[in-house]
Design a protein around this ligand. Structure first.
Ligand SMILES: O=P(O)(O)OC[C@H]1O[C@](O)(CO)[C@@H](O)[C@@H]1O
Length: 241
């Protein structure tokens, strides 16, 4: 794992944006894996600024998001489709038809998982996957105990994840109990991974990622076995401030 140490959230976001922009310039047809949550918001702001100022184009990029809450439609402001449209897709020139987020309000979530996994395979997989990490080590919504062999699947969110994500909802009881997430095996098939970690609340997770054993009880530990992972971590996550 290549560890890039930065001062703070802003520097992490800027570095991550530069990393992605360079990949898109090299390969305008990039298959880009995207994450939601608080961590990548600053990164997306920098991608938008760069698109407006320097004209980096996403016309030929295809995107795949990691996950979506079950039961939330794309019009629901808490859905990850809505989040992505708002923070990134509506502000750059990526064709909407090139953007993929699992459908959360489908009648058949199991079928949706299979279709999403097939879509990934049909497109030849993800070239560069952006990841955040939960305090309990989740990547995507793969909670502790998820099989390293898992492909896109339905997951029951842990109380700690629902509690952490309640900050985005008006009422904590509205946080969905289940989500569709790319599996660990789906994530591991990405050719390259960029993991962003910021803030004191992620310090233990980062320590465990770097020093802990490879275990399904800490999903992010699987990244130790991936050949091309870059981690951008700030001082607070590194325990330096
Ligand atoms: O960035 P946050 O909000 O701390 O969330 C951590 C991770 O958990 C998730 O919310 C679950 O998908 C991811 O989007 C994110 O990478």
């Amino acid at each position: 794992m290549n560890i890039v140490k930065v001062k703070d959230y802003d520097e992490m976001s800027k570095k991550a944006a530069a990393f992605i922009i360079e990949k898109i310039h090299r390969n305008p047809n990039l298959n880009l894996g995207l994450a939601t949550g608080g961590t990548p918001v600053g990164l997306y702001n920098y991608l938008v600024k760069d698109h407006q100022k320097n004209g980096t184009s996403y016309k030929h990029v295809t995107s795949f998001n990691l996950d979506e809450y079950i039961g939330l439609s794309s019009e629901n402001p808490n859905s990850y489709r809505y989040f992505m449209d708002k923070h990134l897709f509506n502000q750059i020139d990526i064709p909407k038809s090139h953007t993929h987020v699992p459908l959360g309000d489908t009648d058949d979530p199991k079928q949706q998982c299979q279709e999403y996994e097939n879509l990934l395979t049909e497109h030849g997989g993800v070239d560069l996957q952006i990841l955040g990490i939960g305090s309990n080590g989740h990547i995507g919504f793969n909670e502790p105990g998820t099989s390293f062999q898992s492909t896109t699947h339905i997951i029951e969110l842990t109380p700690s994840t629902r509690e952490a994500n309640a900050r985005f909802f008006d009422d904590p009881n509205e946080v969905p109990t289940h989500a569709i997430t790319m599996g660990i095996a789906s994530i591991m098939r990405s050719k390259e991974i960029l993991l962003l970690i910021s803030g004191k609340s992620k310090k233990e997770a980062l320590t465990q990622l770097l020093q802990g054993e490879l275990s399904e009880n800490f999903p992010a530990s699987v990244l130790q076995a991936h050949p091309s992972v870059t981690v951008i971590a700030d001082d607070e996550a590194l325990g330096k401030s």
